[in-house]
Design a protein around this ligand. Sequence first.
Ligand code: TNX
Length: 759
Amino acid sequence: MNTRILLLIPCILLRSLVIGQASIHSLIPAPQQVIIGEGIFTIAADTRTTVASPDLEEEGTYLRDQLKELLHLELMLLPSPMAAAGGIHLAVLPNDTVAAEGYTLTISTDRITIAGDDEAGVFRGITTLLNMMRAGEVSSATLGCRTIHDAPRFSWRGMHLDVCRHFFPIEFVKKYIDLLARYKMNRFHWHLTDDQGWRIEIKKYPKLTEVGAWRSGSQYGPYSQRTYDSTRYGGFYTQEQIREVVAYAQARHVTVVPEIEMPGHALAALAAYPELSCTGGPFEVAKGWGVFEDVFCPKEETFTFLENVLSEVIDLFPSAYIHIGGDECPKERWKQCSHCQQLMKQKGLKDEHELQSFFIQRIERYVNSKGRKIIGWDEILEGGLAPNAAVMSWRGTEGGIAAAQQSHPVVMSPGTHCYFDHYQGEPVNEPLAIGGYTTVQKTYAFEPVPSALSAKEAAFILGAQGNVWTEYILSPEHVEYMAVPRMLALAEVLWSPRSARNEADFVRRLRSEFPTLSALNVNYSTSLFDVGFSLKSSKKRGQVNVDLSATPGLGEIRYTLDGTEPTHESLPFTSTIEQRSSGTIRAALFNGMSKPGHSTSRTFKFDLGTGRAITTTPAPHERYNNGGAFTLVDGIVAGDKRVNHEWLGWRDEQVSISLDLGAAQWVSRISLGALAERHGWIHPPENVSISVSETGTDFIDLGSASRTELPFGHMLYSVSTPMTARYIKVLVKGIGVIPSGDPGAGDRPWMFLDELHVE
Ligand code: TNX
C-alpha cells in the first residue's frame, strides 16, 4: 500500500463521520428529538431490509427502490418479525403517546430500525433516513449512530396545485408529490376545475373535457394590460392517469384531495353544459383571469349533474375530504334569475348568501351520504356553514377562527403567508407574479394556531397548506421556483414542535439543502440570498443614502457602482453608500469566491429634486409607505410591476407635497408620476396643480399639469416652468369615488404616486 492510499483512508472515515454529523442538523423538517450515539452503520450490498408484517411491503419496496437509486445497491427485501443483525428493519409499533405518523429511527452499529406508530409513521421514518443519506450532492451509505424520536405537530400538511389556469403533465404532478413526501407533507390538494379549464375526465359528461378542457387563448403579461394571445390551450387527465397519481401518492402516504369548484369558478363546465347556468349561455372557457359572473344555477338539473360528477370523483379519490371550492361566487345572476328568487322564497332564504349556503349544504348531504366530508374555501361560512364542513381559510385567518369557534375543522392557508404565487423576493428581481410579497422567512414565521383561539378551539386547526395558483406560472420549472423553498419552511412549521422553531438554524439547514435540490433537478429560488436596498434621506441634501442588507450569516455583500456584475473582489459593503449622481449600484452576496444567489440592483436618475427635503400631507397610507415621502425623490422611478416598493399609496381625496430644492435655481420642468390600474382600484389623480416660490412665502401658481399616458398604465403630470425657484408645492386631487362600472365602484380609490422630477 503506498502512502497516498494510507493517507486517504482516515480522510474517507473522517468525511463520512462529518457527513453523518452534519446530516442530523440538516434535516428539514427538524425532528422532535435526536440522540447522538457512537459509531457508524454502513449500508452495503449484503444489507437486508426486513419488514415485520406483510402490510409494510409497500414501504419496504419504496425503501429498496430508493436505495437502489441513491446507492446503486440492490438490497434483499424479506419478511421477518425481528431485526436481523446488519440489516434495516421496518415495524409498526402503535404507541398511544405518539401522534399518528410518528416513528422512532434507531441507527446503531449493527442495525437500523424504523418503528412507526402506523404505516405512515414507518414511511416518514424512511424519508428521514433517505434525507440523511441524500444530504449534499453525493449520497452517503454511511450514517452516524443515533436515535430519532419524531412525530408531526399537525395532521394536515398540505400543498395545492392549480392545473386549470395552466396545465401540468402527470410526470410533473408525480415529481411534485415526491417533493411533498420528501418534506413530510401529506396532503396534495389538486385544483382540477375552474373558469379557465376543466381538467378531469368524467365519463358521464364527456363534453366537460371535449369542450371544457380547452380555451381559445390565454391572458399574458401584467393583469392591468389585459393582453391575450389566441393560441388554443388546454389538457386534462384521464381517469386512468388520475388513478395512477392517486396510487403513486398513496405509496408515499400523501392523500390527494380533489377540488371540484362550485357554485362559482364554473365557466369551463358551463361552456360545455350551458343549461346548468341561470341564463342558458352560450359561454366560452375563460381566457383571462379573475372572477366571472356566470355560475352554476341552483336547479335540480345542476344538482343531478354535480352529484353524478362527484360520484365519479369519489370513486377515484379515497380522500376523506372532497374539496368543493365555494370561493368567489358573484351573486349577480342569482339576483336576476326567477328560478333562484322563487327557490329563495320557497325555502325561506333571506338573501343570496343563504342561497349559496343552501347550495353547499345540499352538496354536503350527498357527499356525506357517500361516507365522505366536504371542505371548502372560507366563503362557505357566509349564509351559514354546512353542518359537517371543514373550512380552508384563505382570506386571512379570520374565517378559520370563526369556523374553529363553531367547532368545525380548519385548514389555514392565509394569503399573507401561504400563497406561493406571491412574490418571494423584491418584485423588480423576480419573474412576473400575481402580487403580494411573501418571503421564505415570512412563511417560516407563520403560526397556524391563532392566539384568539382557546385550547379547545385550537384543537380544530388541522394544519395548514401552501397554495400555488398558476395564472402567472406557465411551466413546471416555474412551479418549482415558486414552491421551493417556501414549501420547506411551511413543512417545518407544520411538522416540527413549536418550540423547535429557529429561523437562523432553518436558514442554515436550507442552505445545505440547496445542493441536494440541484441534484434532484429542482428549480428552487435563491431569493433568500438577495441583497436588499434601503434608500434614505441624508442630512447632506441632494444625496441618497443607500444601505445594503442580507439575511445574517449568509455571506459578505459586495457591490459595483457602474452596473457591472459584482465579483468576490468588488467593493465590500461596510457602511452607507452616499449616492450623489445618476448611476447603478449592483450588489450580491459572496461566500469567499462563490456567489450563492443572483445580483440585485438600483438605477438612480438624479435631477434637481433628488435627495431634497420633502413632506406630504397626509402621510402615505401605511400599506404603501415604503421609505415615506422621501421615496418621491429617491432617484428611483417606480417600475412596471405594481407590487413595487417605489409606489406610495393614498386613499385620501387630496395630497399636498412640499419640496425644498435647498437653493433657488433655474427650473424648466416639474413632473409627477402616477399609476392607473382600475382593476386594483388604483385611479390616477383628477388634477395635479403646481406652484413655486423663491422665498417660501409668495407662491406663483403654474396651474394644472398636463397629463401624458405612458406604457404600463403610468401617467405623467407635468408643467414647464421656466423660472428660478426654490420651493415647490404640488397639490394632487383624487377622483373621490370609483366610477360605476369599475371594480370597487362607489368605494374610495387608491392613488399611487412616484416620482417627483424637477429638471
Ligand atoms: C383567489 S384563493 C382565488 C383563486 C386565484 C387566487 C390567486 C381562492 C380560493 N380563489 O381563484 O387563483 O386568488 O392568488
